[in-house]
Design a protein around this ligand. Sequence first.
Ligand SMILES: *Cc1c(COP(=O)(O)O)cnc(C)c1O
Length: 442
Amino acid sequence: MGAGVLNAPPAAVAPPEAWPRPAALARRSGALCCEGVPLSAIAEAVGTPAYVYSLGTIRERYATLANAFAGVPHHIHFAVKANSNLSVLRALRALGAGMDIVSGGELHRALEAGCDGGDIVFSGVGKTVAEIEAALRAGVRLLNVESEAELEVVDAVAGRLGVVAPVAFRVNPEVMVDTPHAYIRTGEKGQKFGIPRDDIGRVAQAASRLRHVAVRGVGMHLGSQIANADPMREALPRLLEALATVRGAGHRVEWLDVGGGLSVPYLPGEAPADVSAYAATVRAAVAGAGVTLLLEPGRFLVAESGVLLTTVLYRKQANGKAFVVTDAGMGDLLRPSLYQADHGIVAVEAVDDTVTADVVGPICESGDFLARGRVVPDVSPGGLLAVLTAGAYGYTMASHYNTRPRPAEVLVDGDRHALVAERERPEDLLRLERHPLTWRSA
Ligand SMILES: *Cc1c(COP(=O)(O)O)cnc(C)c1O
């Protein structure tokens, strides 16, 4: 994606029904349904904006990935930051998933969702002492450390608790990855993530001198929306090199974490990730390495399961341009504003006509849009739209900007639906604020 980020992508002119959507999202006599439930019924029950997730789609995605790695010792750890709703986590847990977390808050969620410490891998470049301590008390499987300084803090905290911390080194393999937006690349040279591959030997030596860490894993995470096996093919030998280096320093490494990043199709005609090619590449590379694989998919497991339901509030024209104003905006779904990401937008009740418009939210920012210059269904005020492929990095990136409560979340299973997060109320947003004030002297 180059400099012309404000221009509509060519995909904008594709008809709404050409945008990719999973089998679970089909029309019945014109009415868009999630599995067996008409989306209009959900909007009626909980209002809009609302996120709706198909449990069947999550199950199907999980099975696809698990089957691709059948016969290889592996664990799938869901990247909680993609969708951290407790009911989604519980559903994935029930399928056998562990969790990949990046904060103390996500640790709390994972434990609330029924995980044991042993089901949890803790990633992230800036863990605090309090987070490290909570993770060690919970008995996490691995702390993925990203620097020598962090390793020393983990050692000190573990020493204070009288435990030995199981750690993995997150290696920066320094490969160029062709993702749709620079902000979702993490495995390139010069990024904040991981230990530079040339430093692995030195950090492994340092770990040998520390008494309260045991290096049990080596890992990487290349970034997100990786559509083919090429970056993996390039990065895996470097990861295995790091594995050999760490073992050479005397550490008993049993886990190899290849990260997440498998892509999903957002755009018309975009191909789904080639899961079998991805799995074949990983399987071939690690055969005989004597490790158990850890996979950390986020987006792949949940993105396609979700839609964001929104109501058209107004239609307007300004200087020859058409706008569709919706009750959902960047506070509900940030991806279009943050990453210039494109999500399909379809009508919940089928309409024949389309209009080329900017679909914009209610927030006081020009950057608040769901789509620009897009061919969208010609839906009148009061009508419903569904923003597609919104199950990952949707609700988890929602904010209160403009003092807007976050939307409701609904889970669908067959012909049943359940509210899994209530819509916030304005009073929820004021709960932590204090008045009258308790002033304290310096
Ligand atoms: C975000 C993240 C993931 C998941 O990435 P997806 O693109 O959603 O699969 C996995 N591992 C780590 C360390 C991450 O930060």
